[in-house]
Design a protein around this ligand. Structure first.
Ligand code: BTN
Length: 274
């Protein structure tokens, strides 16, 4: 077994065992619990599977993951789809209960997660970056993406389903995308990378709680694509301009300095020129 998936019989058994372990031996400490995951050989979308699971079970622990080898309706941010070749990449969703965070601080959550993913990948592909707000980039190409779906209760987060897709061993990709295998010229063990990402995401959420947003922001800035360097940007009306990325505002806006001075943009109000 080179990965978590082998044959459908084995994977079905594996799924049952893993699921049973996860729900009967509830441990909220992820680092001690390598088994709390549900593997599905194929599904619509791991985010949707996690949401379905939460409808029928109240005891799914924080850190529980749903992984798959193939999605029939993989979703990206906005109305985008997420396409990924069967059995070659990482596609999973993690369950979080970030009740310690006010809903107005959604960007803190998104940044801590993206930082965790980029830090975990650094060991496999040094120089991995986060492209605001939470795309994973290497060079000028997309290596992965994150889709966070939150449920809010009052002014706080209740739960988050964090969908993560990373291109690992796929070689035939669009020119705008890349994978670890394309960059390094060898295959990678997806299971190891999954565990590294899960641990590092939790490490950064812990960091957010103990050391605060300023610390996470400082580390996020170090990983931020085009931080402090001149780059071309474009607006939805097609206008392009050159600017230097200065940082991110408290509410997650991109702060750019151009010849016209400082301007702040929400997600989708500005794009990086490829
Ligand atoms: C993006 O870059 O637009 C976000 C892509 C997120 C893809 C992952 S794959 C696992 C999870 N399930 C989904 O349907 N989407 C996320």
């Amino acid at each position: 077994m080179t990965d978590w998936a082998v044959s459908s019989i084995n994977s079905c058994y594996f799924k049952l065992v893993q699921y049973y372990c996860a729900v009967s031996n509830i441990s909220t400490n992820l680092m001690d619990s390598p088994v709390n995951l549900l593997y599905l050989p194929q599904c619509q979308s791991t985010n949707d599977e996690m949401a379905q699971l939460l409808l029928i079970r109240q005891d799914v622990p924080e850190g529980f993951a749903v992984l798959t080898d193939f999605q029939t309706n993989g979703r990206g941010q906005g109305n985008n789809t997420w396409q990924s070749a069967k059995g070659q990449n990482l596609m999973f969703s993690l369950l979080l209960f970030p009740r310690y965070l006010e809903a107005r601080h959604g960007f803190w959550l998104s940044a801590a997660i993206a930082l965790g993913v980029a830090e975990a990948l650094e060991d496999y592909l040094p120089g991995t970056k986060v492209k605001w707000p939470n795309d994973i980039f290497f060079g000028n190409r997309k290596l992965g993406g994150i889709l966070i779906e939150n449920q809010v209760s009052g002014s706080r987060f209740e739960r988050s389903i964090v969908g993560i897709g990373i291109n690992i061993n796929q070689l035939d990709l669009l020119p705008s995308a890349t994978s670890l295998a394309l960059e390094r010229g060898r295959e990678f063990d997806r299971k190891l990378i999954f565990e590294a990402i899960r641990n590092q995401v939790f490490w950064n959420l812990q960091r957010l709680q103990t050391e605060g947003w300023e610390k996470v922001k400082q580390l996020y800035y170090r990983k931020l694509f085009k931080m402090g360097t001149p780059h071309d940007y474009f607006l939805p009306d097609g206008q392009t301009f050159r600017a230097v990325l200065k940082g991110i505002s408290e509410s997650g806006e991109l702060i750019l300095i151009s010849a016209l001075g400082e301007r702040r943009f929400q997600f989708k109000e500005v794009s990086f020129f490829p």
